[in-house]
Design a binder for this molecule. Structure first.
Ligand code: OXD
Ligand code: MN
Length: 588
C-alpha cells in the first residue's frame, strides 16, 4: 500500500472483494518494479523484447485479432437520467450496468495478480492535474500507463491523505470475449469499468475514458474544458512563441500537425514549431483572463502505419527508445519492427501482427492498420519546453478541421466566439477508402468529440458558449481548416504536412491583427496574397481556388446541418440556431 487515504483503500478493498485476485501489487512507478513486470511479460510471451542496440528498452505486443480498436458500439455513458447522456452516446442505467458488469467482474482475477496503478493526468504540481487509479490484471496496461501518464508516487502525493477527488478505474482482460466487451463511464461517480478488452484505447483508462469522457463532464461542472485537441507552439524569428489548439476527426493528420516540420523558407527565416500535445487538451481560464491549456498525457499513443522519416520524423524519433509497439510486424533478421509506410523495404523474414510467418509477397499487411506505438513524450525532438509547466500555455487560436473534398476552403475564421462554436459543432469529415463502408460519406463529428463527450452534446455546445461569455475579449480566435481539397481528378491540391505552417501563420497574423480578411458567407477568408506560397509549386490562381466558397455546396451542407441539429431537439442552444439562420441568409 502506498497511501493511507481511506477513500482509496476502501475502494481497493471493495474491488479486491469483487474480483478476488491471488495477489495485489501497488504500482509505485520505480524502475525495479517495472523491470520485474517487463521480465515477467517477456517470460510469459505477452511482450517481445526488441533489439536492445537499435531500439533500447522497446517491446512488441500483439492483441487478439478481435481486439484491435476502440469499440464505440460497446462504449456506454451511464448517467441516472438517460437524457443526460444525450442522443449521441449509448446509455444504460448505472445500477443496471454495475449489476451486469459486477457479475462479470465477480472472481475474474482468480489466479491473477491485481495491479493498483495511481496516476496523474497533467504536469506534476499543477493545480489543474487530476488523479486517477486504475485497477487492472494486465501487465501491458501497467507498462503503457507508465509511458502515457505520470504514474506512482507523484499521483499519491498530489491526491493527499484525505481527498476523495480521484477517478476509480477498474479493468480486467477477463476472457477478451468481444460479445462481453464493455467500456463504461459513470460520470456522476467518477468511475470507469472496462472488461474483455486488452487494446489501448479501451484499457488505458487515463486516456479517452478519463481525460475526455469523465473530464468533459467534470469540466462542464467545474467551468473548464476537456477537448480532443493537439497543442502546438509556433516560435517566430524574434523568439516569441504563440500556441494553438486544434481538433480533427481521425485520419486527418493530427499527430503530423502536432509535430510539424517548418518548410525550408520558414526554417531559414527562423521559425520553429514545438509540440505540447498530440491528442488531448485541458483548457481553463487563467488569472490573466486568457484560456490556458495543459496536455494531461505524458506520451503518444500514435498510429504506426504511414509514420516515416518524411511524413513525421519527430514521431518516428519518439519511438526509438522506451516504446511499446502494438500489432506491428516483427523483422526476425534484425529483431526490430516494421509497418506499412515505414519504408520501401518490407522485411522478407518476418512475423505479421497476427503472429504468423509473413513475407509481404502475398499482398497481406504486416502491421494492422490501427497498429500503434506508445512512446514517451520526452523522446520527441520538438517537445515544448513548457510540456511540464504546471500553468500550461496560453492559447491564441483554436482550429477545427476535417477532410472535405470540395465544401470547406483551405482556411476561414469565425466572425466571433459563438460563430466559432457553430463552426466546431458542424465539423465533418468525408470517409476515405481506409475505413470500411462507402467512400465520400459526410460524417458529422462536432469538435472531434462525438465518441468522447461524456454528457449530452447539446449541453456541451452550451458549455462552449458559456466559456466564451466568461473569456470575453480574451477568448482565442476560432478558425476552420481543410487540407484535403481535391481537383477534378481527385488529387490533393494543397501540399499539406509542413506547408500547413503557411496557413497557421495566417491564423496567428489574424490573431495579432496583422492582416486583413475578406468576408465570405461562412466567415472571414484570407486575401489570396496573404497565404505565403514562397517556395511552393502552386500559384495564386490555385490558392484562390482553395479559398473559394461554393454557395451551392454550402446550401446542401445547410440541409445536412439541419438534419444533424434535429437530433438535439430543444436542448440545442438558441445561439447555434441563430448562427445556422445567419448562414442560410448569407447564402441567399
Ligand atoms: C485516438 C483516437 O486513438 O482518437 O487518439 O482514436
Ligand atoms: Mn484521439
Amino acid at each position: 500500500m502506498l497511501t493511507n487515504n481511506k477513500n482509496v483503500l476502501n475502494w481497493v478493498d471493495e474491488m479486491v472483494a469483487l474480483t478476488k485476485p491471488d495477489k495485489v501489487v501497488w504500482i509505485d512507478g520505480s524502475k525495479e518494479q517495472l523491470d520485474e513486470i517487463r521480465k515477467q511479460s517477456v517470460e510469459s510471451g505477452e511482450m517481445i523484447k526488441l533489439n536492445e542496440e537499435k531500439l533500447p528498452n522497446c517491446y512488441l505486443h500483439r492483441t487478439l485479432p478481435n481486439d484491435v480498436a476502440r469499440v464505440e458500439h460497446r462504449t456506454f455513458i451511464c448517467t441516472r437520467n438517460k437524457e443526460d447522456a444525450g442522443p449521441t452516446n449509448n446509455w444504460e442505467d448505472p445500477q443496471v450496468m454495475y449489476k451486469k458488469l459486477g457479475e462479470m467482474f465477480d472472481g475474474v482475477m482468480k489466479g491473477r495478480t491485481m495491479y493498483v496503478i495511481p496516476y496523474l493526468m497533467g504536469p506534476v504540481g499543477s493545480e489543474f492535474s487530476k488523479v486517477g487509479f486504475e485497477i487492472t490484471d494486465s501487465n501491458y496496461v501497467v507498462l503503457n500507463m507508465d509511458i502515457m501518464t505520470r504514474m506512482g508516487k507523484d499521483a499519491i502525493d498530489q491526491l493527499g491523505e484525505t481527498s476523495n477527488d480521484f477517478v476509480r478505474g477498474l479493468h480486467s482482460k477477463a476472457d477478451i470475449d468481444e460479445e462481453k466487451r464493455y467500456i463504461c463511464q459513470f460520470p456522476e461517480d467518477n468511475t470507469i469499468w472496462s472488461i474483455n478488452s486488452a487494446y489501448g484505447g479501451n484499457v488505458l483508462l487515463g486516456k479517452k475514458c478519463f481525460a475526455l469522457r469523465i473530464a468533459s463532464f467534470q469540466g462542464k461542472n467545474e467551468g473548464w474544458m476537456a477537448e480532443h485537441m493537439l497543442i502546438l507552439g509556433i516560435e517566430n524569428p524574434q523568439g516569441e512563441v504563440k500556441y494553438i489548439c486544434a481538433a480533427f476527426p481521425s485520419a486527418c493528420g493530427k499527430t503530423n500537425l502536432a509535430m510539424l516540420i517548418p518548410p525550408e523558407v520558414y526554417k531559414k527565416a527562423g521559425y520553429k514549431v514545438w509540440c505540447v500535445g498530440d491528442d488531448i487538451s485541458w483548457l481553463r481560464q487563467g488569472p490573466d483572463g486568457r484560456l490556458w491549456a495543459i496536455n494531461p498525457e505524458n506520451g503518444f499513443f500514435g498510429v504506426a502505419p504511414g509514420t516515416n522519416l518524411k511524413s513525421n520524423p519527430n514521431a518516428l524519433h519518439s519511438t526509438e527508445e522506451g516504446t511499446i509497439f502494438t500489432n506491428v510486424a516483427l523483422n526476425l533478421d534484425t529483431n526490430t519492427v516494421w509497418w506499412e509506410g515505414l519504408d520501401k523495404n518490407p522485411p522478407t523474414n518476418a512475423i505479421n501482427w497476427k503472429g504468423e510467418k509473413w513475407d509481404c509477397t502475398d499482398g497481406s499487411k504486416g502491421a494492422h492498420p490501427n497498429s500503434r506505438f506508445t512512446a514517451p513524450a520526452r523522446n520527441c525532438p520538438c517537445i515544448s519546453k513548457e510540456f511540464n509547466n504546471p500553468q500550461g500555455v496560453p492559447i491564441s487560436a483554436i482550429v477545427f478541421g476535417g477532410r472535405r473534398a470540395k465544401t470547406a476552403p483551405l482556411v476561414y475564421q469565425s466572425r466571433d466566439w459563438n460563430h466559432g462554436v457553430f463552426v466546431g459543432s458542424i465539423m465533418a469529415s468525408e470517409t476515405t477508402a481506409a475505413a470500411t463502408g462507402a467512400v465520400g460519406v459526410v460524417r458529422r463529428d462536432p469538435m472531434a468529440m462525438l465518441p468522447f463527450c461524456g454528457y449530452h452534446m447539446a449541453d456541451y455546445f452550451q458549455h462552449w458558449i458559456d466559456m466564451g461569455q466568461k473569456l470575453g475579449d480574451k477568448a482565442p480566435k476560432i478558425f476552420n481548416v481543410n487540407w484535403f481539397r481535391t481537383d477534378d481528378e481527385g488529387n490533393f491540391i494543397w501540399p499539406g504536412f509542413g506547408d500547413n505552417l503557411r496557413v497557421l501563420s495566417w491564423i496567428l497574423d489574424r490573431c495579432e491583427g496583422k492582416v486583413d480578411a475578406v468576408e465570405t458567407p461562412i466567415g472571414f477568408g484570407p486575401k489570396v496574397e496573404d497565404i505565403n506560397i514562397d517556395g511552393l509549386s502552386i500559384d495564386e490562381t490555385t490558392v484562390a481556388n482553395l479559398l473559394n466558397v461554393d454557395k451551392e455546396l454550402w446550401k446542401e451542407e445547410v440541409g445536412g446541418i439541419h438534419e444533424f441539429y434535429g437530433k438535439f431537439g430543444d436542448r440545442l442552444p438558441k445561439e447555434l440556431i441563430a448562427e445556422l439562420q445567419t448562414l442560410e441568409n448569407n447564402l441567399e
